[in-house]
Design a protein around this ligand. Structure first.
Ligand SMILES: [Zn+2]
Ligand SMILES: [Zn+2]
Length: 68
């Protein structure tokens, strides 16, 4: 797979990761590694933070949307 961001810039770079949200291929320069808090859902509310962090790979677009 090729990096989608590089492809839009006319470059041809092999992807090393995939965005977990939209599934686009990403090279080392374009992947965004986010540490997301894990929230325990279910009953009763409010959901409780478990204190765990999960590393997730996102593309720049999805990372921007997540930070909103
Ligand atoms: Zn790239
Ligand atoms: Zn994405």
């Amino acid at each position: 797979m090729k990096c989608y961001v590089c492809a839009t810039q006319g470059k041809d770079t092999d992807a090393v990761a995939v965005c977990i949200v939209c599934g686009m291929g990403l090279c080392m320069d374009h992947l965004v590694r986010e540490e997301m808090d894990v929230w325990e859902g279910g009953y009763p509310f409010p959901a409780q933070k478990t204190g765990k962090k999960l590393p997730r790979i996102l593309c720049p677009d999805c990372a921007g949307a997540y930070r909103k």
